[in-house]
Design a protein around this ligand. Structure first.
Ligand code: ACO
Length: 378
């Protein structure tokens, strides 16, 4: 037995491979997708175009983008069997429904047994379009409402809002959610992308890898934080209660959700975009209280930035979804919808130069214990 292994708990700061999908400069607070600064993309691109960039590796020309958007639109309708599954499990958490349905969709996908790059691109496009359809259909079914057919005149984000809320969204809401999806699309070797890669590394398939990713993203230390931030804002209730609430939380070694990150030691650049958007949305919807509460938390957290505990992407996203009238337990599902192109890109990278991901655990238990028959045990 190796007596002195170097144990890297949580795989902190370990590089397991190379990637061209995204780059995070955690100290400078910068994020790049395929070499493009996230600010450039957030200010100029759309989710659809960025999804193409991530999956194909380059920005599309006009014709390529039109074809990509059309393929996404064609995949928006769910098989009847998936609607039936949603009906059966409608009382489950939306992330459990999404995970189950993504797994079940493999049974209806003609490319299921094909792990070629072309097949994975087709499956990635379909899953990107199907995830919002699952989330919207589930939310309506559990609320006793009719499932709404997609509108092919609407963008990916606007169509999601329409099929979820039953009304064509105003242009600004559609654009804001589009940007939110774009900002969530890819992010290095985060826990869910790592999980998706581990699944792919066994030469499994994209549906299995994305199912793994959804299960991991659900956790409050990862994608589940947006829901927790909004829960915290509601518990605070009014900005004047923030100081007592946060002091109490921190004195009891609690964590301020939406703060801290394994890689960023300065503000997450995605949070900067969403901060400005959350403020403007609150003003537009004449509900400025939530932004004020978040701002009052941010003021109290200023000293923590010296320790590298800064706002992450989830700090403002919950308030944005809330102000759009989206139920709180859907926030992590919205994150998931944005992340599918990133998982697809990384799974394809894993397949391209595959190696089984199989680290080791150092055994620190006993050895050679004698078996005692059950009747002789204490
Ligand atoms: N509030 C208060 N203190 C914090 C916070 C926080 N949000 N985050 C980290 N810390 C403190 C820890 O208590 C710890 O202090 P200690 O050394 O005195 O014990 C120190 O900072 C380091 O924390 P770790 O948990 O070791 O850092 P790690 O890199 O493992 O964790 C994580 C990162 C899980 C994101 C953590 O910051 C956290 O729990 N944040 C709140 C949840 C959250 O917002 N998650 C979303 C992350 S973004 C994303 O996944 C999309």
């Amino acid at each position: 037995m190796d007596n002195n292994p170097s144990i890297k708990r949580g795989l902190k700061d370990i590089y397991i491979d190379t990637t061209k999908s995204s780059y995070i400069d955690g100290n400078a607070g910068r994020l790049f997708y395929r070499g493009y600064d996230i600010d450039e993309l957030a200010n100029n691109s759309t989710f659809e175009e960025t999804a193409f960039l991530l999956m194909y590796g380059n920005l599309p020309n006009k014709e390529e983008l039109e074809n990509f958007e059309s393929e996404l639109k064609q995949a928006r309708r769910l098989p009847d069997n998936i609607i039936e599954i949603i009906n059966h499990i409608q009382s489950s958490h939306p992330m459990d429904v999404l995970r189950t349905c993504i797994s079940a969709l493999s049974a209806f996908d003609i490319d299921v047994d094909d792990n070629s790059r072309e097949s994975n691109l087709r499956k990635g496009i379909r899953l990107t379009a199907q995830a919002p359809a699952i989330v919207a259909a589930h939310d309506r079914i559990r609320k006793g409402q009719k499932v709404i057919s997609p509108d092919d005149n609407l963008s990916h984000a606007s169509n999601f809002l329409y099929t979820l809320l039953g009304e064509i969204p105003d242009e600004e809401d559609g654009k804001l959610l589009d940007k939110d999806f774009l900002l969530h699309a890819e992010h290095g070797l985060n826990a869910s992308s790592f999980g998706a890669r581990v699944t792919a590394s066994t030469q499994s398939d994209l549906h299995s890898a994305v199912t793994t990713g959804v299960g991991i993203l659900k956790g409050p230390s990862h994608g589940g934080a947006a829901e927790s931030v909004m829960k915290m804002a509601m518990e605070i209730g009014e900005p004047e209660n923030t100081q007592d609430y946060i002091n109490d939380l921190l004195n009891n070694r609690g964590r301020v959700m939406g703060y801290g990150h394994r890689v960023y030691k300065s503000i997450d650049p995605r949070a900067i975009h969403l901060r400005d958007d959350a403020k403007k949305l609150g003003e537009r919807k004449q509900q400025t209280k939530w932004y004020s509460i978040l701002e009052s938390i941010a003021d109290l957290m200023v000293p923590y930035s010296k320790k590298g505990i800064c706002q992450n992407v989830d700090f403002f996203s919950g308030a944005i979804y809330y102000l759009m009238g989206i139920s709180e337990d859907l926030y992590t599902s919205i994150f998931t919808m944005g992340r599918i192109p990133g998982w697809t890109a990384q799974v394809m990278e894993q397949f391209e130069k595959n190696i089984l991901i199989r680290p080791r655990l150092f055994y620190d238990g006993l050895l050679d214990i004698k078996y005692i028959p059950i009747n002789n045990r204490d």
